[in-house]
Write a new protein. Structure first.
Length: 95
């Protein structure tokens, strides 16, 4: 399955950017070009994928093949569990 449109939307929102800001950052003609990527109406060419990959600091492979938003939820949940364990351990330490 191709997750690019899902990932582009997720990563843009995560960075707090608008479609227009993304288009500028990537050197696209206008916000509608980037919006078309997110809607799946158009697909970025290889050069565009490389720019997106660099901009969002993810591999091209991950950008296309992995649901990055699903992985983020798992990571946050794991972090929360580890913090809870640490809090429990530190409560048992006496000064």
């Amino acid at each position: 399955m191709n997750y690019i449109k899902t990932n582009l939307n997720y990563l843009r929102i995560k960075k707090g950017l608008s479609h227009e800001q993304m288009a500028k950052a990537l050197g696209l003609a206008g916000k509608s070009a980037y919006f078309a990527y997110e809607k799946g109406v158009a697909s970025p060419k290889i050069e565009g994928l490389l720019k997106l990959s660099d901009f969002f600091e993810v591999s091209v492979d991950s950008l296309i093949k992995k649901d990055l938003s699903a992985g983020q939820v798992g990571w946050e949940e794991e972090l929360r569990r580890r913090i809870e364990k640490l809090e429990i351990k530190t409560k048992n330490i006496k000064p």
